[in-house]
Design a protein around this ligand. Structure first.
Ligand code: NAD
Ligand code: WQD
Length: 340
């Protein structure tokens, strides 16, 4: 029997890596994506990596009819729901776009799952729900802070929607994975992150600067209360993150109750400063980066990294890749897409 898993947003950055790992672990991923933030060529690249052409649907998660059709055409065991808009700055300018896509989109997916009697749901949440934490490392029990962007709010609301649905007693088992900072790419260099326009995230900015697409990278502030004054984040290799999703599905499958919700941090448990990230990139790639110290970026959290005990125990999962591995793979991917 084929273990069909619907991967919404499966052509995107994290989703495409999860598709690879699902295939390697004996699942059959089925992709639903509207390619609003990804390229169709990802499907060929996935074939190159795995030797398999995955079934895929081009369409919108807001299309109830399409979801119903997918659930009736295929015996789906579980859903990994990635499809969402993720640009923090854009969400401030276009909040309705974010609430519609991320919140209404999640509602549509859950309703179709309930109608189709599909029980297992993995939801992409984010460490952004913690805001600026009072204590480090942050545990799943750390209090959430008011979201500082509509994007962040959609993740808090998303978790609440799932929690309330489960509390209502319906047959739904779900885990919300709170990702810390996903970076890196598949070691083959075939798939990776495709930022649109000028990247706002650190690692794509680093690799684009190294590739000569950007003249220099600005470090946003060196007067924070950290060892070198720059912000601290928990950078996790996207392949490690992908593994956590596979473990999550296995865990949900083994959970006897049909009515269950949990949240789990997915990070390395280690924090690195921006300057450490830059140095790790330079050391592993032997490419010198043109960087300068600039002012703080509004809205930045000073330091955050995950407490990972729960993921270790519950998901029987731990990270395999180092920060240097992530930088090496991010650079391989950048060279590939820049024809270097
Ligand atoms: P991504 O943009 O690369 O992937 C999302 C995919 O969903 C894209 O392929 C896009 O085309 C598709 N999509 C968007 N809206 C859709 C819709 N309405 N219908 C169908 N497809 C749609 O983003 P990603 O980095 O892979 O992020 C995946 C998930 O993880 C998102 O929910 C994001 O909020 C969450 N997340 C990402 C990060 C990060 O730093 N990348 C951190 C925490 C959480
Ligand atoms: C990392 C560090 C910057 C760019 C964002 C979202 C969050 C989550 C992940 C989805 C910070 C510094 C960055 C640059 C820099 N996404 N930096 N120069 O801010 O932790 O999180 O992406 O849920 O919601 O807010 O990630 O990669 O933007 O920044 O100095 O050009 O790098 O100040 O300290 P962030 P990031």
């Amino acid at each position: 029997m084929e273990h069909n898993i619907l991967v919404t947003g499966g052509a995107g950055y994290i989703g495409s890596h999860v598709v690879v790992r699902l295939h390697e672990e004996g699942f059959n991923p089925i992709i639903l994506d509207d390619f609003s933030n990804s390229e169709k060529s990802v499907l060929d690249r996935l074939h190159k990596i795995t030797g398999k052409h995955f079934k895929s649907y081009e369409g919108d998660i807001l299309d109830t009819g399409l979801l119903e059709q997918i659930f009736s055409d295929n015996q789906i065991e579980g859903v990994i729901h990635f499809a969402a808009k993720k640009a923090v700055g854009e969400s401030v300018e276009k909040p309705l776009k974010y609430y519609k896509n991320n919140v209404s989109g999640l509602l549509t997916v859950i309703e179709a799952m309930l109608a189709g009697k599909v029980k297992n749901l993995v939801f992409s949440s984010s460490c952004t729900v913690y805001g600026e934490p009072d204590e480090l490392p942050v545990t799943e029990a750390s209090p959430e802070k008011p979201a500082n962007s509509p994007y962040g709010n959609t993740k808090q609301i998303g978790e609440e929607i799932i929690q309330d649905t489960v509390t209502s007693g319906v047959a739904l088992k779900s885990i919300a994975l709170r990702y810390f900072n996903p970076i890196g790419a598949h070691p083959s260099g075939e798939i990776g992150e495709l930022p649109l326009g000028i990247p706002s995230n650190l690692v794509p900015f680093i690799t684009q600067t190294a590739a000569g697409i950007r003249e220099k990278i600005t470090v946003f502030g060196n007067d924070y209360d950290t060892p070198d004054g720059t912000c601290i984040r928990d950078y996790i290799h996207v392949m490690d993150l992908a593994d956590a999703h596979v473990q999550c599905l296995k865990h949900l499958d083994n959970t006897e109750s049909d009515n269950h919700f949990d949240v789990v941090n997915v990070g390395t448990g280690k924090g690195n400063t921006v300057l450490e990230a830059i140095k790790a990139f330079e050391a592993v790639t032997q490419v010198k980066l043109n960087y300068e110290i600039g002012p703080r970026r509004a809205g930045d959290v000073e330091k955050i990294y995950a407490q990972v005990d729960k993921s270790r125990k519950l998901l029987d999962w731990s990270t395999k890749y180092s920060l240097s591995d992530s930088m090496r793979d991010a650079w391989n991917w950048q060279k590939r897409i820049s024809d270097l």
